[in-house]
Each structure stands twice: as structure tokens, then as C-alpha cells.
Design a protein around this ligand. Structure first.
Ligand SMILES: [Fe+2]
Length: 258
């Protein structure tokens, strides 16, 4: 099982770096398409677009349509639930009338569970008791397979970021941590949001954060020759060792997708 994770593409149509963001996303998808062996699935962990606008989503949908592997998306703090749902409705995995964008994918040896950490009043994450119940219900719906969980906001302290806690309060983050640890079957948590690659734990569950695909918004020090090369994560599952994560640097060669 191979998962390609992309995140924080922040597609915009009217910022000075809008073309670069589009180029970064297109190059990343072209690189994922060229992987051998190919990934089984691509998951976008949110902040797909900059302002949650339908025209931005139309651009993102057109770019993701070039992906060869099935694509699943979730909501980051820059996303708009209703517009995201409308844009990606053709995938059939987003419940049309659900209050939250959370779901489970059962097509693989590892269950993929997406949670909704969007707050409508803050860039930080939220995770209310209703969402905790929904996550526990999804986890409990199947009791034999390992589970990988995807959440835009990392549910562990990230000391290299501007604020180590990326949720509205430590109590809110603890609620998500408790739900993740409730069954013992969650083997990995994959996030974005902080725009830099890092890793931590939720209890004994390994948790990683991938860098921002939009190179103009990426945090951390990169040498000059890498400043316009996106970095994404490939998660390969081993039945003994669990997920092994590789940071993949996208090439700078000509891109037929750009
Ligand atoms: Fe972001």
C-alpha cells in the first residue's frame, strides 16, 4: 500500500505568486504520476485553495483530474466546506448533507479515515465532541484492519512552528488525541498546515507533517536550488514496521502538465 500525500497547495487566481502555486501543484501531480511503483491513492490534506472560492476550486479540480491514482481531499482552514464539497462531489465519497467533511475509505488493506479539524472562526483547528463521536464511530465500524488517519491540523505539539499547539485550545487537541488512541488500531496520523516537514507522536502513534506544496509559502530553510522544488510525502506500508515515510523532492525539468 503506497499513499502519496500532498497538502497546502493554496491555489489562488489573483495573488502575485498565483502562477507559481499552480506550477508547483502541476509539477507535483506529474511527479506522483511518474512514480514506479505507482501509489495506490493520493490524499490532499487541505488548504487546497487560498480563499475557498468556487473558481479556485475549479482550477484545483482540473489539476487533480490529471492524477492517475484515485484522489481524496479534506478541508483545511483556508477551505470552505460547501464549495469544496460541490467541487469534489463527482468523487462520490463526500456525503452531500453532512455537517463535516469526514469519511472512511474501505478499499485498501489499510483503512483511511479523514477527519474534519476546520474551525469557522479561527485558523487553528477545532474538534468538537460531535466530531470525536463521529471519529470513534468510524474507527469502530471495522475491527480487524490497521487505520491511517488524515487531519489538516497536526494533533501533537510542533515546537518548530509559530505556536506549538495548532488547535484552539490544548483541550480540543487532547479530545482528538484521545479519539485517535481509543482503539489501538490507528497506526499513523498524517497532517499538513504548518507548512514545514516535521514528525511527532500521539501516544505511541507516529504522526508526520508534510511541507507545503506551494513553495512560496513553505517554511524552513532550503538551499537556493530547491526553492522552487515542491516536496511531498510518500507513505509506504509495511506489515511489520508500519508506515515508512519518504520526502520526495519534485524535479525541475520540463513539465507537460504545466
Ligand atoms: Fe496552509
Amino acid at each position: 500500500m503506497i499513499i502519496a500525500q500532498v497538502s497546502d497547495t493554496h491555489i489562488a487566481l489573483d495573488t502575485p505568486d498565483a502562477d507559481q502555486r499552480i506550477r508547483d501543484f502541476a509539477r507535483t501531480i506529474a511527479d506522483v504520476n511518474a512514480l514506479d511503483p505507482a501509489p495506490d491513492v493520493i490524499v490532499h490534506t487541505g488548504d487546497i485553495v487560498q480563499n475557498g472560492r468556487p473558481d479556485e476550486y475549479a482550477q484545483a479540480v482540473a489539476m487533480l483530474a490529471k492524477a492517475r491514482a484515485p484522489v481524496y481531499v479534506l478541508a483545511g482552514n483556508r477551505d470552505d466546506r460547501a464549495n469544496l464539497r460541490a467541487a469534489f462531489s463527482a468523487g462520490g465519497y463526500l456525503a452531500p448533507n453532512s455537517e463535516f467533511i469526514d469519511y472512511a475509505i474501505e478499499d485498501f488493506p489499510i483503512r483511511l479515515i479523514v477527519v474534519d479539524t476546520l474551525s469557522t472562526s479561527s485558523n487553528r483547528g477545532d474538534f468538537c465532541p460531535e466530531r470525536a463521536k463521529r471519529l470513534i464511530d468510524m474507527i469502530d465500524a471495522e475491527t480487524t484492519k490497521p487505520i491511517a488517519v488524515f487531519a489538516h491540523h497536526p494533533p501533537f505539539e510542533v515546537p518548530v512552528g509559530p505556536d506549538p499547539i495548532n488547535f484552539e485550545t490544548p483541550e480540543v487537541m487532547a479530545r482528538l488525541q484521545q479519539a485517535l488512541q481509543h482503539s489501538g488500531r490507528v497506526v499513523a496520523v498524517f497532517s499538513g498546515h504548518v507548512h514545514r516537514g516535521t514528525a511527532g507522536h500521539v501516544g505511541i502513534i507516529p504522526a508526520t507533517v508534510m511541507p507545503c506544496i506551494a513553495t512560496t509559502l513553505r517554511k524552513g530553510e532550503y538551499p537556493a536550488h530547491m526553492k522552487t522544488r515542491p516536496v511531498y510525502h510518500i507513505h509506504r506500508f509495511d506489515p511489520v514496521w508500519g508506515f515508512i515515510t519518504e520526502a520526495r523532492i519534485v524535479g525541475t525539468g520540463p513539465c507537460s502538465a504545466c
